[in-house]
Design a protein around this ligand. Structure first.
Ligand SMILES: Nc1ncnc2c1ncn2[C@@H]1O[C@H](COP(=O)(O)OP(=O)(O)OP(=O)(O)O)[C@@H](O)[C@H]1O
Length: 495
């Protein structure tokens, strides 16, 4: 069916939103048709989340319309999946799907339970998945969890209803094969007649799944075309506004051992050993649940260490003593910036200044403040934070720009050990290249870097070697000629 022949479900016209003087969305037009996957892409701060929040009714617009009548007879229903899936980890798929559903109050508990189980299994199967619906959500893979969230969002949907599913970066934390699995589900939802609008920074995945791509730059539409009309490099240029040169690791000087970890055990990691030299970048790969996302926090002291030793230069670090880690030159960019990385109710400057930097602690407050302002402005420029307003609350920056502020906060301490957990999550393709440059530059100045990422490609680009985790233990180490995205992915997936 051609795009024109499909039923129009949502028509957005001239949608505009200001935050103060900042125009976050500028006369945006878009259409979503039945059976169509529309990807919305754009640099950090280009207005993608603002668009979703306007569709959700979280913000009110300053102009334009959102037409949900389409050209069908009934009003289109919008169903949302946010990055935080909102599932209860300690309950099963059946129980999560039953929460708040009409059947919850029915009599005959046993009959009701059997019916709910059958319904849940049918719903999940509808999207091509076949996992056990009695398994607890926390034991499912991230892709499976997202499938449950999709099933819940689409509960009660049938062909008599017009529905558009809206996904805000559904694959941000997913790894290789899991992305493919989820994308297959997204396609299936569209094939069954729903419209899908999804946001992603992963432009290769956009081209793999979407029918149409809409690109935003500084709040304005700069491209709206069928995906077959554009290739990867064209899309990168559209998003970034220029050609992006990807930073590549060149083997530099290695110094003495900075970090030495021996027999580390934590909540999900066992017997983890690693030594990282000054100037070296070591990666940690593994699917979610492999323990990958615990490594940096456990070494830094933010997560409990139940066994093993962590030595930073000449000092044995005490588990849980974050001040000691920082005092001896460790820096930690966490994966969950909302919880651990930053204080959203403070300004960007206050966040940057929340870690002491030697040399700025002058006696005279005015001199110190002026020095700090210059330095903060320098980091804003180096990391490309927009808008360049360090006195704005961190919560008012877009997600990718918040991430850059958190990274800058630690880079400015010139750490001897840089622990990075998903350092480029949610950042756009241009900013990602900038962050890679900054990490390489830190290693060039002699920092030892340990970096975890769900993107094997990123690790292959940045690292000297990569440790692969599965079920909490290192199952492989990849280095030299073998250090490729494909090799890391292959080693990460349990046989
Ligand atoms: N609550 C708010 N108050 C003030 N400004 C805001 C608020 N929310 C967003 N903005 C501004 O609106 C612009 C668009 O932000 P938005 O979050 O929509 O970008 P985005 O494309 O989703 O970015 P990212 O890819 O980084 O998530 C940015 O300049 C941002 O600073």
């Amino acid at each position: 069916m051609t795009r024109e022949a499909r039923r129009l479900l949502v028509r957005v016209e001239q949608l505009t939103k200001y935050f103060g003087n900042n125009c976050a969305l500028n006369h945006v037009d878009l259409n979503v048709h039945a059976g169509e996957v529309l990807a919305v892409v754009g640099h950090n701060g280009s207005g993608k989340s603002t668009l979703v929040k306007l569709l959700a009714g979280f913000h009110t617009s300053d102009g334009g319309t959102i037409g949900l009548q389409g050209n069908g007879s009934s009003e289109t229903e919008l169903r949302f999946i946010h990055q935080d899936l909102g599932l209860v980890g300690s309950l099963s798929t059946v129980e999560n799907l039953a929460l708040g559903s009409a059947s919850a109050g029915r009599p005959w508990r046993r009959l009701r339970k059997a019916a709910e189980r059958l319904q849940a299994a049918e719903l999940v199967a509808q999207f091509g998945a076949d996992f056990d619906v009695d398994t607890l959500i926390q034991e499912l893979s991230p892709a499976e969890q997202t499938i449950v969230a999709i099933a819940r969002a689409l509960r009660g949907w049938d062909e008599r209803r017009d529905v558009v599913l809206i996904l805000d970066e559904p694959t941000a934390a997913l790894h290789g094969a899991e992305v493919d699995r989820l994308m297959a589900v997204v396609r299936r939802v569209a094939e069954q007649g729903a419209g899908v609008l999804f946001i992603s920074h992963r432009l290769d995945e956009v081209l793999g799944v979407a029918d149409t791509v809409l690109a935003l730059r500084n709040g304005s539409v700069v491209g709206n075309m069928p995906c077959f009309e554009i290739d990867y490099s064209g899309l990168v240029e559209l998003v970034a506004g220029s050609v992006v040169e990807e930073a590549q690791r060149s083997s530099g000087e290695r110094g003495d051992v900075v970090l030495s970890v021996d027999g580390l055990e934590g909540e999900a990691i066992r017997d983890f050993d690693v030594s990282v030299h000054a100037g070296e970048i070591v990666g940690v790969a593994g699917i979610l649940g492999s323990g990958r996302d615990e490594v940096c926090a456990t070494i830094f002291g933010g997560r409990p260490r139940t066994n093993g030793s962590v030595r930073l230069q000449d000092t044995d670090l005490v588990s849980g003593d974050l001040r000691q880690s920082i005092r001896h030159g460790a820096a930690f960019v966490p994966g969950d910036r909302h919880r651990y990385g930053a204080v959203m109710t403070m300004t960007a400057t206050e966040n940057l200044a929340s870690v002491r930097v030697p040399g700025i602690e002058g006696r005279w407050q005015r001199v110190r403040k002026a020095h700090e302002e210059r330095e903060v402005a320098g980091w804003f420029a180096a990391c490309g934070v927009v808008p360049a307003q360090p006195e704005m609350l961190l919560s008012q920056f877009s997600g990718g720009n918040q991430q850059k502020v958190v990274l800058a906060k630690w880079l400015r301490t010139n750490p001897s050990l840089l622990l990075l957990d998903e350092p480029t999550q949610g950042v756009d393709v241009g900013a990602k290249a900038v962050i890679h440059e900054l990490i390489l530059a830190a290693a060039g100045r002699g920092s030892a870097v340990l970096v975890t990422s769900s993107e094997a490609k990123e690790l292959a680009q940045l690292c000297d070697r990569v440790l692969v985790l599965a079920d909490g233990v290192v199952v492989d180490e990849v280095a030299g000629e073998e250090l490729t995205e494909a090799r890391i992915l292959h080693a990460s997936v349990p046989a």
